[in-house]
Ligand binder design. Structure first.
Ligand code: MN
Length: 293
């Protein structure tokens, strides 16, 4: 049975201070895969001491930021007072809800960075939930078909990842050492996407190079891929999100009014977006793209 595959080229985005990332979601062709609504791939990159990722204090709303660190060491600090270094093989999950502020900085001695940063849109009934932060140093890992797999989010074949989620989602990191075929069961109610982070893969006879996103749609009961030696692939899936969300700067919202209010509150220094202890650099959004009535 043949299935539909959409090939999506990521766009370059600048996180500031010369850190370029490839952004596979959202793009013109595709906004979301399930509730996954943002996918930045940073590195793998070498940099001088003091370089790497340095993102000043910025707010988020109505989303969860999901950081999967492959190489490097990054310090997360937030307005709840959390201060957490994330290391390879670990996940940071920050639930913004009604509002949170955070900074992200490569550690001073770090020389390398490789990470995927994703956003998960919160459903309308959770959009204003209290903010929260989770650090998950240990994730389900297993070996299969000469691949090392890590369950990042959701459940798969009897395994359960620890991240708190609000919609049905899955995320799996797949690392192939020698290359070869891999088969995984899929949920036909989920839509899926595959992003080669390193190396390349082939699905249904179609090759995908590093950073070419393969959107697979719904209806598949199995994933069958061929991986090049040394490849690393991110599999994302989820139930299609009920309604499209709005995204502007670092805000997700279910209405323009919600996003306009969030931006006004950030610019006004409203206590909704508290300070990040130890941080003085505060990022400013571009002017709102909508006229304010
Ligand atoms: Mn952020």
């Amino acid at each position: 049975m043949s299935h539909f595959i959409e090939r999506i080229q990521p766009r370059a985005a600048d996180l500031g201070e010369g850190l370029l990332v490839r952004r596979a979601l959202p793009t013109r062709q595709r906004r979301m895969v399930g509730a996954w609504c943002f996918l930045d791939h940073a590195g793998p990159a070498d940099f001088a001491p003091g370089g790497g990722m340095h993102v000043g204090a910025h707010p988020h709303t109505a989303l969860q930021t999901f950081t999967w660190l492959i190489e490097g060491e990054v310090l997360h600090r937030d307005s709840l007072g959390n201060e957490q270094v994330i290391r390879p093989g670990q996940v940071n999950l920050m639930t913004a809800g009604r509002g949170i502020v955070h900074t992200e900085d490569s550690l001073p001695d770090a020389r390398r960075l490789h990470a995927a940063q994703l956003w998960i849109a919160l459903p309308p009934e959770q959009a204003d939930c209290p903010p929260a932060f989770e650090h998950h140093p240990v994730l389900p890992r297993w070996e299969q078909d000469d691949c090392s797999l890590t369950l990042l989010a959701g459940h798969h074949a009897g395994r359960q990842a620890p991240a708190t989620l609000y919609t049905p989602l899955v995320g799996i990191d797949i690392q192939s050492h020698a290359g070869g075929a891999l088969r995984l069961p899929l949920d036909p109610n989920f839509e899926y996407g595959l992003l080669p982070l390193e190396g390349s893969l082939e699905i249904d006879g179609e090759p995908f190079a590093s950073d070419e996103f393969a959107y697979l749609g719904q209806g598949r009961t199995e994933l069958a891929i061929q991986l090049a030696p040394g490849s690393r692939v991110l599999l994302l899936g989820g139930e299609p999100f009920g309604e499209p969300v709005l995204m502007w700067w670092n805000f997700v919202g279910h209405s323009k009014a919600a996003i306009i209010q969030a931006q006004r509150d950030w610019e006004a220094g409203d206590p909704r977006f508290g300070p990040v202890p130890g941080s003085t650099r505060r990022l400013s959004p571009p002017p709102l793209p909508w006229s304010v009535d």
